[in-house]
Write a protein that binds this ligand. Structure first.
Ligand code: HEC
Length: 194
C-alpha cells in the first residue's frame, strides 16, 4: 500500500489548504506549508478512522502516476504550488515540525529521532518511504518527488546533527533515609532467601 497523495493549495492572501483527491471530504489547512502538512496528517488519520467506524469503504490509495492519468486530478492539481525549498534550512523546516529541532525528537515519542543516526540508514528510510516499502502517508508525501541526490543530502544533514537527547521528564532522587530503608530491605530479603 502506498500513502494517499495530498494536494497543497495556496491562493494569494490565504492560508495553505490541503485536500486528498482520493479521500473527498477530508481537508485541512494551516498558516504555513509545514503546519498545513502536519494538520493534514492528523485530519487524514481521523477521517479514515471515522470512515472505518461508519463501515464506509476505504478508498485504495493510487500512485502518483495513476493519479496523473485522472483528468479530475490534473484539474485540481493545476493550482497546487510545488514547494520551492532550495536552501538546506528551508528544506528541513517541514521535517523539524514533526521530528523536533534538528531532528532531535520530542518527549512525546511518536516522531522518531533522526538527528545523528547514520546517514546511510536515514537515506534508506527516505528511499523506502518514497518507493512504497515503508509506509507513513506524510513521509511518503514528503519524499515522493525527490531524487536520490536530494534525499542523500537531507540524510547527511540530519546524520551530522549531534545534539543532546532530551532529559527524562521525571527523575526521582531518593532521600538518604529512603536509600537506607531501601538497602535495609534488600538485605532482609537476601537473608530471607538464604
Ligand atoms: C507530518 C509529520 C512528519 C514530517 C513533516 C516529517 N516526518 Fe519523517 N517521520 C514521521 C513519522 C511519524 C515517522 C515514523 C513513521 C513510521 O511509523 O514508519 C517518520 C520517519 C522518518 C524517518 C525514519 C526514521 C527512523 O528512525 O527509522 C526518517 C529518516 C524521516 N522521517 C525523515 C524526515 C525528513 C528528512 C523530513 C523532512 C524532509 C521528515 N521526516 C518530515 C513524521 C514526519
Amino acid at each position: 500500500m502506498a500513502g494517499y497523495i495530498a494536494l497543497v493549495h495556496k491562493d494569494a492572501g490565504t492560508s495553505y489548504g490541503v485536500s486528498f483527491p482520493e479521500v473527498p471530504g477530508c481537508v485541512s489547512a494551516g498558516d504555513t506549508f509545514e503546519e498545513a502538512v502536519c494538520n493534514a496528517a492528523e485530519a487524514l488519520t481521523g477521517h479514515l478512522a471515522l470512515m472505518r467506524a461508519d463501515g464506509d469503504e476505504i478508498p485504495a490509495p493510487r500512485s502518483f502516476d495513476e493519479l496523473r492519468r485522472d483528468r479530475e486530478f490534473a484539474h485540481d492539481a493545476a493550482d497546487a504550488p510545488a514547494p520551492t525549498l532550495d536552501s538546506m534550512e528551508q528544506r528541513v523546516k517541514p521535517c523539524t515540525s514533526c521530528h523536533g529541532n534538528e531532528g532531535r525528537a520530542t518527549r512525546e515519542g511518536y516522531f522518531p529521532r533522526i538527528a545523528g543516526k547514520p546517514p546511510g540508514y536515514l537515506f534508506n528510510q527516505l528511499v523506502n518511504f518514497r518507493d512504497g516499502r515503508r509506509h507513513f502517508p506524510m513521509m511518503t508525501y514528503i519524499a515522493q518527488f525527490q531524487t536520490d541526490d536530494y534525499l542523500r543530502e537531507i540524510a547527511a544533514y540530519f546524520g551530522a546533527q549531534h545534539v543532546p537527547y532530551p532529559a527524562p521528564e521525571h527523575t526521582y532522587a531518593m532521600s538518604e533515609d529512603e536509600l537506607e530503608l531501601f538497602s535495609a530491605r534488600r538485605v532482609e530479603q537476601r537473608q530471607g532467601d538464604g
